[in-house]
Design a protein around this ligand. Sequence first.
Ligand SMILES: C[S@@+](CC[C@H](N)C(=O)[O-])C[C@H]1O[C@@H](n2cnc3c(N)ncnc32)[C@H](O)[C@@H]1O
Length: 311
Amino acid sequence: MTIASRYVEFGSREARGVSPAYERLSLAVARDDELLDLIGTLPPAKQQPNLLFGVVRLLGGPVEDPGAFHDYVLENWPVIAAEVADRATQTNEVGRCALLLPVLARLPQPLALLEVGASAGLCLYPDRYAYRYDDRPLGDGEPVLDCALTGTEPPDRLPEVVWRAGLDLNPLDVTVPADLAWLDATIWPEHAHRRARLRAAAAVAAADPPLLLRGDLVDDLPALAARAPAGATLVVLHTAVLYQVPAPRRAAFVELVRGLPGHWIANEAPEVLPYDGLPAEPGDGFHNVLALDGRPLAWTRGHGQAMTWFG
Ligand SMILES: C[S@@+](CC[C@H](N)C(=O)[O-])C[C@H]1O[C@@H](n2cnc3c(N)ncnc32)[C@H](O)[C@@H]1O
């Protein structure tokens, strides 16, 4: 895929209907030879629209006006390139808990949650948040996570979580202002509701910090899994992580996680974690696939705003 087509894909599938500013910006970058040349000097894994746009937001640059973005990037390229080289997209989208909940609620309780690619660990508190599946509420915490659910009944109970642990190449700490600023910068410009729920979820995590370790999802998973308490169902989970992992390491991870006790929940793009016999993707933009133990169950929208159950 060329850099231009990557930006077209992001604008027309991921951002369309979700962030007009990023849709407009991404499509403008795809037509901007000067910017494409600069982005081409970055390693392929660092050429992602989300990463570049997030870094420009972090630095206080403009992302709403493609012309102003062009000028800002040209003037500040050395600083931008250094920040991009130093960072990964670590968006910690707590809304994805609304996607995990229907599966978590059906597993034998209590649960020991182990998230790989946990970022700041905010998806490790699905039992502490509240949910609204269409107009059906569940729980009474903060934040309240809205999800349009098609094809199954919403869960009628919250899971019981007795242990929560995360593994990340670069764990973020919501009590460190610079880490919170980066998490905030990765949220798309118009998404005030996501900024508000980041703050609310950060307060939950700060009050009862998770066990969050620096490590790799293949090399360091067995040792962390071995620390899960006996008597709880171990659930290894990950959302929007494997696209950052090279294909041979992804395969090693899948083999490893299949050999662990308990259950495995994946929420990943079908290109990076393929399944046989998926039904047609709903027509309203980019989707991940939610799967339990390798069995696909639902198409899910990127920030947890909707899921279409087919499993
Ligand atoms: C896009 S974020 C998603 C965070 C979280 N799962 C969520 O959905 O909110 C991907 C995370 O995976 C982490 N990551 C990427 N490769 C990894 C690896 N090999 N081992 C552990 N973590 C990894 C990154 O550092 C980043 O924090």
